[in-house]
Structures are given as C-alpha cells and as structure tokens.
Design a protein around this ligand. Sequence first.
Ligand code: ACM
Ligand code: ZN
Length: 535
Amino acid sequence: MLLALIKLKIIGILTFIFVIQIKAQTQPLSVIPRPKELIESQGCFVLDEDTYLKYERSNREVERIAVYFHNYLVHYYDLYLTSSPNSKKVIRLKIDNSIQLGTEGYQMKVSRGEILITASSTNGLFYGIQTLKQLMPAQSSDKLNIPYLEIEDQPRFAWRGLMLDVSRHFFPVFYLKELLDYMALYKLNTFHWHLTDDQGWRIEIKKYPKLTDFASWRNETIEGNAKVSKTYDGIGYGGFYTQDQIRDIVQYATERFITVIPEIEMPGHSSAALAAYPELGCTGGPYNVQKTWGRMKDVYCPGKEETFLFLQNVITEICNLFPSPYIHIGGDECPKITWKECTNCQKRIKDEKLKDEDELQSYFIRRMEKYLISKNKKLIGWDEILEGGLSPEATVMSWRGIEGGIKAIKLGHDVVMTPTAYCYFDYYQSRNKTVEHPSYQQFLPLEKVYSYDPIPDKLNDEESKHILGTQANVWTEYITNIDQLEYMVFPRICALSEIAWSAKELRDFTNFRKRMETEYLRMKMLHINYCDHSF
Ligand code: ACM
Ligand code: ZN
C-alpha cells in the first residue's frame, strides 16, 4: 500500500515536471528585436524568490538598473527577490570593458543557477535586462521559467526612434512615461518630441508667457476629415508642458537610455506662435491658433530681426532643457506666399543677395544653425532644409520618400530615414477598414513596415555610414486619445524596432510573425491597446 502510494506520488511528480516542460515550450521565445545570436539549450532557470540579484554595489548606475528590473518583477509578477547573497541562484549584472559589442551591445548566458548579463557599458546591461524581460512568460500567472541559452547582441543602427506629435493632440506626462517604457522594451533610444505646430504650442518658454497662456489653446477643432468637413466641434482644446514637466520627462527618458529630441517648428507650421506674437509674421496679423489641419500660409517673417531674436531666445531655453546633441527645427512644408509680398522679406533677399524665396528659407535655416552651433548643438530638420543649400553639419530627416536622404548623403550630410510609405504610423494598418479611423487614406500594414530597409540600394558602403538609423512618426490630427495612439503604435513599433536593431540577414517575416504571437500576450499583460488585426 505504502509502495503504491509512493509510486503514485512519483508519477504525480513526473507528470508535474512533464507539464512544466510542456508549458515552458508552449510560449515560443519572443525576443523583439531579434538578437544577433541566440543559442537555446535544454532546461530552464526558474526565477523565484530564492534568486539573488548580484552586481557591484558601488556602481550607482548599475544599481539603478537592478532596482528598475526588480520593480518590474514586483509590478508584473508579484515577485520579490531574496536579499540573501548566499542564495544558490543569481542574476548577475556585470560590466566588462573587454566586451566588444559597442556601447549598446550585451551578452547573456542563462545556465544552471545563473543568469549572467555582461556588457561594456550600462546601456548594454539595460538592453540585456529588456531581453530578459522578454524571455519571461508573457502571462503573469505562469511560472517564471527562463530557458537556458546564450545571447550575443548589438544594434545595427544608432538612431532608433519614435516621433510623437503633441500639438494636434496633447498627451499627458504620465502617458509619455509609459510610452518611454515601451520604447525601452523594444530597444528604441530616440524620442523625437514634436512640441509646436499650427494647432498649439506645447512647451513653456519663460521669456514668452503668451506661448502658453494663449498659443497653447485653440477655440475648437474640425470634425472628421479636414479635406471635406465643414463642421467644428465648438469645444476649446489645449494643454502644455511646464519646464519642470519637461525636465521630468527628459530625466525619465535618460534613465531608460533614451535621448529626447525636441522639435520647434520653423519657419512654417507656426500659426500658434504667430497668434500670440503677431509681430513675427509678414503682415502683422491677426492670426489664429488653427482649428483645422493642413499647410497654413502664415509663417514666420525672415525679413524681420525680431523673428530671429524671438527664435534664438526660445532656442536658448530649449538648449537648457534638453541635453540632446540635436535640436530639431522642423523646416518642412513652408509656403512662401507671404514672403513674396512682404517688403521686409524682399529687402532681405536683396541685401543678402539671395536668388529667391527658396534661398530665403535656406538663409533662415543657416542662421538658426549658426546659433545652434554657438550653443554646442547640432541642427536636424525635415528634408526641405536641403532646398536652397545647407551647411554640411546639418542632419536631414528624409520623409518625402528616400530621395531627399540620398541627395543629402551625396552632399555629405548625416541622415535619418523616415519615409512616409514605411514609417508613418498615422496611416491605417488593417485591411478591415471598418476597424480603422476613416480619415487617413494611406495603408501601412505591419508587413510593409517590416519590409523596409533604411539603407537604399543606391548607396555604397561608405555612403551608407551616413545613415544614422530610422524612426516611426506618429502625427496626431486624427489620434485624439491614448487608446487610439496605442492602436496606431502597436504592433508596428515591433517591426520598426527590428528594422532598426537587427541585422539585415536576420529579418524574416515568418519568424517575426511567430514571435509576435507571444508578444501579443505580453502587450495584453502590459495593458497595451494594440491593433489585433495586423495579420
Ligand atoms: C511632415 O510629415 N510634414 C514632416
Ligand atoms: Zn516677411
């Protein structure tokens, strides 16, 4: 009888082990972006409360990463690691200067009793932790089995970005922090923050209080598609970030190895600023904060010295708030209608011996660049900044296709590739149009994002080095709330992260699609409102 009982118990234990094995195998490994090398072997490290997190206590940066990881375990898995260094199971974070994987690369080895993450810098350790998060079950109820494996990983591109337009619709600080967390999870490192546009100025500038008292508000907003609609909602709309909030976001991003690049639009997309300070426009106004979308004819007047004084003062405050080496000055979609009629502008053209209004735009950008350089910053702008000539230090963001990027590289500029056809996440993504917002007519499905390669065939190896990387752009004319924003960003951001991080030879949509099955579960666990019609 006793023997029979023991036998039953053994069968029970064996069944239990078997079930765990099955369970461990039911979730396909989903590391996104795909690592350079990943070799899996038999067995699992079971992450539980007997696991000790080991690192050099004197290194405050590493300690911060360890605490960040522990908070994640507590928050999503209700798991508190042991504080006893004598534990037989450890996760070890180790800085090793001999690792040759660049500043962002890392190695990871999961074996019996140890998860070892090694990197030459804290960036690399941080990315190792992101990978470890993805090796954990995508459902918080599951046992935390981490498969034995070895990973060696480093990014293909240094610039892996996401741009968010907060002018057309405003997104609160608490949500930007969530977004930064998700960016970090997918190893993105550049948050391009589109802070000003025709429909609202969103950053406090101490010297110009009317920018926030006045330019951050519009009286109402167009309803439906701006190309056909004639009705407005009659509801005032606005919001802005205080300088304290800006510093808070920059700090939060920095702790996640994300650089925040502010964009202050000029000379176009400037109606909101002109509404507050009409003396900066060619006609003197009055101007309105715009309540519909499109290209507006009223822009800053480069004929007036006040315009440059204003913008330089704004840029001075911007440079003090953002440690980023780059400041984005927009430069896109600037109609030159008012410049043609303006005596100040025409005088400037004559005095500076410029050929036409295109060269006047170029004069504008060069002058701002000179100022930025005096502040130890680099100028970046949309590809229109090439028109009329550009100084060689400026960096170009190629959005109207890839030709602007190619032209810029031939002229010796660095380039970030973000062509509309592959990188504009305001385009709809599902073939089932009934689930999509009706206002964007262009179609950009997940598979198409995944198919993009930031290096055009036309470039040789030397020229290709000028491609810093790529980014997704999220314009928010028709994205009015957080749910909708997440729907547009996820899962396409996963495809973008793989384009930006993973080696070209490793890109394989079938394999990606398989990993995405797990990733959808993780997005559920993280409460992300992803688009589930992507395949
Ligand atoms: C842009 O989409 N106007 C840069
Ligand atoms: Zn003018």
